[in-house]
Design a protein around this ligand. Structure first.
Ligand code: UDP
Ligand code: MG
Length: 326
């Protein structure tokens, strides 16, 4: 039977956690009354995680183990899981038991209210201050920059409709931006407080370096979200501002050189004008090249620049019907 709920969990060197993880997930999911699958993505573990997973897999038909060839990182592991999930709803979670599987019914109930994504909020987060303080600022910054107000962008425990997941392409550390990206697609997002537990076994895979990578990804996400289909508007605007200022400065210098016979060779203004003008030309050109790239991206892959919610009536549209008749 095709599962309705797919739980996608990336694990990297979590040998001491996978047995409990599987037990706790199964206890909750078997009480749902809906067919489910547990899709554990082994992100290139080297500590015996895989052996434990395979031992579980032979006993439990609801467990699937997706084995990546090497360690690709949590975001890529989620992406791999999404590509192989079969359910109508995808639930994501960390695999170190910091997220509590008992919260899954809560997320699903909220999803049934009509939301497309329900995010967990680790209201009482059990992590060291060295993690909580950067997260505090990151959450506010991301909320402000993306316009999608969430208390906790870093929580892996989420429930997402699979048609939303299928339209997402994730890079870098971007799984935390799923709510923001999806909300730009016109998808509704809710947040519910969830339980959070300290890590009791295994070690954390991240340090402070993650904060920097998340910030860089925020730039990318914001840029792609706002200018992804019209990059020349951004580059063109900056280029025009810089280019016209440079042009004005150079015109002024040319004027005083020719008509007031002033020496301009040693003036810093000459350098500034030349730089601004050149930068302007470069920025406008980059914008045009980016426009070509955007067209190649969308047209070569048949990716529309919009997302359809539904078509009424639901039968094939007249144009398609006419095409299929031949
Ligand atoms: N993880 C992964 N690949 C990686 C790093 C982490 O699949 O390269 C998994 C890890 O096994 C865990 C989850 O991502 O299930 C969250 O990692 P971790 O607990 O180390 O992050 P933290 O809670 O410390 O932020
Ligand atoms: Mg953790």
């Amino acid at each position: 039977m095709r599962p309705e709920v797919s739980v996608v969990v990336p694990v990297y060197n979590e040998a001491d956690n996978v047995d409990d993880l599987h037990r706790q997930l199964t206890a909750v999911l078997s009480g749902l009354g809906r067919p489910y699958e547990i899709l554990i993505v082994d992100d290139g573990s080297s500590d015996g995680t895989l052996d434990r997973l395979l031992a579980l897999e032979v006993r439990d038909p609801a467990l699937r183990v997706l084995r990546l060839r090497r360690n690709f990182g949590q975001t890529a592991a989620f992406s791999a899981g999404f590509d192989h999930a079969r359910g109508d709803v995808v639930v994501t979670s960390d695999g170190d038991l910091q997220n509590d599987p008992a919260d899954i019914p809560l997320l699903l109930a909220k999803l049934d209210e009509g939301f497309d994504i329900v995010c967990g909020w680790r209201k009482h987060r059990k992590d060291p201050w060295s993690k909580k303080i950067p997260s505090f600022f990151a959450n506010r910054l991301i909320s402000w920059a993306t316009g999608v107000q969430l208390n906790d962008y870093g929580c892996s425990l989420k429930a997402i409709r699979s048609d939303v997941v299928r339209n997402l392409r994730l890079y870098g550390e971007m799984h935390r931006f799923i709510p923001a990206v999806a909300s730009w697609m016109g998808v509704s997002v809710a947040e519910v407080p969830v339980n959070h537990r300290p890590r009791t076994r295994g070690t954390s895979k991240y340090g402070i370096g993650r904060t920097v990578r998340v910030l860089l990804d925020l730039f990318t996400v914001k840029f792609l979200g706002v200018y992804g289909t019209r990059p020349s508007h951004l580059f063109g605007l900056m280029g025009l501002a810089s280019g016209t200022t440079g042009f004005a400065i150079l015109s002024y210098l040319a004027y005083i050189r020719l008509f007031a016979d002033a020496a301009i060779g040693g003036r810093p203004l000459l350098l500034l004008g030349a730089l601004l003008f050149l930068t302007g030309v470069i920025l406008v050109s980059v914008g045009l090249v980016a426009e070509l790239l955007v067209r190649t991206y969308h047209e070569s892959q048949g990716k529309p620049t919009y997302f359809v919610r539904e078509m009424r009536p639901t039968e094939a549209a007249p144009r398609e019907a006419a095409l299929t008749r031949h």
